[in-house]
Design a protein around this ligand. Structure first.
Ligand code: FQP
Ligand code: MG
Length: 217
């Protein structure tokens, strides 16, 4: 995908699974879209997550909502599911299937990779990653096996070294700190609980969307 188009999509990247929600995930996603998210990742993982047919059914339901509103649908980790439902892309981490083999399997779908070091970023770039997920930027309780909090330094390091690859920050990002992540050089922020646990997913997304505008570098 064209990097500039992808940078626009990464502005407000909502990530959610059924176990991140107190209420109906389809309703939360619909409200988040109404509030202004630009990209969605289906991440059905961790304690109490759906499996097999139930996971597939929820993926199809949320994908339908995204398609109705022209929001690309990304699948976390599960390449088989992504291919089965013709998702718009996948996101993988360092412990998931290797970037090279995933790229071969998904063709020109969007491929996001979590990177935590210069070496991981260069390897992912060389293997065909379309964007980097950098984090955890701030402390997070969502991902139980998250790596140490890295703050904004790694975003700044990549930009100072002239890396233009689309970058989205992740981990503990909310309405209070989203602007800082953009000012450090990220093209967007990804959030889970800042929207999925909000009183109003619509208002939370709208506020975050405001914070991520007007930071064109
Ligand atoms: N899911 C993610 N999405 C992003 C995105 F860039 F999309 F914001 N960045 C990072 C992660 C974390 O990916 P990973 O390290 O494989 O852990 P998990 O599979 O538990 O999410
Ligand atoms: Mg993963």
């Amino acid at each position: 995908m064209n990097p500039n188009k992808l940078k626009e999509l990464l502005k407000l990247y909502f990530i959610m699974g059924s176990n991140n929600c107190f209420e109906n995930p389809a309703h939360v996603l619909t409200e988040a879209i109404r509030g202004g998210i630009s990209l969605f990742q289906f991440r059905e993982k961790g304690e109490g997550c759906l499996l097999d047919g139930n996971k597939y059914a929820l993926a199809k339901e949320l994908q339908r909502i995204c398609r109705e509103h022209d929001i690309p649908f990304i699948v976390n980790d599960d390449i088989d599911l992504a291919l089965a439902i013709d998702a718009d892309g996948v996101h993988i981490g360092q412990e998931d299937e290797h970037v090279l083999s995933v790229r071969k399997r998904i063709g020109d779908k969007i491929l996001g990779v979590s990177v935590h070091t210069w070496a991981e970023a260069m390897a992912a770039k060389a293997a065909g990653a379309d964007y980097f997920g950098l984090g955890p930027i701030f402390p997070t309780s969502t991902k139980k096996d998250a790596k140490p909090v890295q703050g904004l330094s790694f975003i700044r390091e990549l930009r100072n070294k002239g890396i233009q690859t689309p970058i989205v920050g992740i981990g503990g990002i909310n309405q209070e700190n989203a602007s800082m992540v953009m000012e450090a050089g990220a093209d967007g922020v990804s959030v889970i609980t800042a929207i999925s646990h909000a009183e109003s997913a619509f208002k939370a997304a709208a506020e975050l969307s405001k914070q991520t505008q007007d930071h064109d570098r």
